[in-house]
Design a binder for this molecule. Structure first.
Ligand SMILES: *Cc1c(COP(=O)(O)O)cnc(C)c1O
Length: 355
């Protein structure tokens, strides 16, 4: 068995892969492959409906919010959010906590003014700025809940009266959230929800329709919502596999149950990082991510040998992003806790060899 700690696209449950592969050959008694069936058939419309329903159920999405499936990844949301919510003469507040956050605010500058309310760039994004002040006249406040590359996570929504927009790409469905704390949540599926190719947005309906710029139909949340996530041909296979993965999550007991598992996984790995004299974490302990655990070695020369040592035990995907170096173990919902223990054992055995 391979232990895939890749950051995204990432591991999904094996049973999801099996069911998905089956549907490529024959989908749901239709005699057709999921890849050839029309997206306008009742059979496929049922897939979209169930996907949206499961997201609403698993995240407890309240009345007044729409769940819509989009394309273009989280990166297109960086533009779509300001295009729909930021008037030309308005200012949006952004929290700069990493590569994705700074890419998001760069796009917003195309559409209006951006106020970076705080940034942790001064210390290579190794912490989450605290006590941030969000001006009351901001069009909205944008933050990234989990910083996939640097391994920090913001579990509590900063207090503000302005609409809150969150890039939740890498921790959506990993922990219980209160959707009503947010006005817009978006996430590329490939970190925790499904395969690459579909992007989910959870939008409070009342925040739309307030800017007077012309918005291309494909980039207009209203048009996409009214089109029932099928304004144009949707990414049928990505949606289907997401549905299977959401069913799996529900069968596991839902988000509250998986959150417990995610806490156990991350506590175990951070404990080893803090205990083992060869390794050290790169982030401020109180801001550490449960999803992406970043760490380096006290002696950088041992990093390559450890990578090889881990690979020999079928541990893959732990090489850190080039902007942090070292290692990053991504532990999304689909990664079993047994894989985390294999990694911990490898760290201990390696330390034993290099005493
Ligand atoms: C991966 C990632 C993105 C980019 O997602 P794409 O779907 O590739 O555009 C944006 N934000 C966060 C937090 C991510 O982890």
């Amino acid at each position: 068995m391979i232990h895939n700690f890749g950051a995204g696209p990432c591991i999904l449950p094996q049973e999801v892969f099996k069911q998905a592969s089956q549907a490529v050959l024959e989908f749901n008694g239709t005699g057709l492959s999921i890849l050839e069936i029309s997206h306008r058939t009742p059979e496929f419309e049922a897939v979209v409906d169930e996907t949206v329903r499961l997201i609403k159920e698993l995240l407890n999405v309240p009345e007044g919010y729409s769940v819509v499936l989009l394309q273009g990844g989280a990166s297109l949301q960086f533009s779509m959010v300001p295009m729909n919510l930021l008037g030309e003469s308005q200012t949006a507040a952004y929290l700069d906590t990493g590569v994705w956050a700074s890419k998001a605010l760069k796009e917003a500058k195309i559409f209006g003014n951006v106020n970076v309310v705080a940034s942790s760039k001064d210390q290579n994004y190794s912490y989450i700025p605290k006590d941030i002040e969000i001006p009351e006249d901001s069009a909205y406040f944008h933050f990234t809940s989990n910083n996939t590359i640097y391994g920090t996570e913001l579990l509590e929504v900063p207090k503000t009266n302005v609409p809150v927009v969150c890039d939740m790409s890498s921790d959506i469905l990993s922990r219980v959230i209160n959707v009503s704390d947010f006005d817009l949540i978006y996430a590329g599926a490939q970190k925790n929800m499904g395969p690459a190719g579909v992007t989910v947005a959870i939008v409070k309906d009342s925040i739309l329709g307030k800017v007077d710029r012309k918005i291309p139909s494909m980039l207009d949340y209203k048009v996409q919502i009214e089109g029932g996530s099928m304004y144009n041909t949707p990414p049928v296979f990505a949606i289907y596999v997401s549905m299977l993965n959401l069913r799996w999550l529900k069968s596991k007991g839902g988000v509250a149950e998986i959150e417990k598992e995610n806490i156990s996984k991350s506590v175990a790995l951070y404990k080893e990082i803090d205990r083992n004299p060869l390794f050290k974490g790169t982030c401020r302990p109180e801001d550490r991510s449960r999803m992406n655990v970043c760490f380096v070695m006290e002696n950088p020369e041992l990093e390559k040998p450890f990578l090889k040592f881990a690979e020999d035990r079928d541990i893959i995907g732990i090489k850190g992003h080039r902007s942090v170096g070292g290692f990053r173990a991504s532990m999304y919902n689909g990664l079993p806790i047994t894989s985390v223990h294999v990694l911990i054992d490898a760290m201990q055995d390696f330390a034993e060899k290099h005493r």
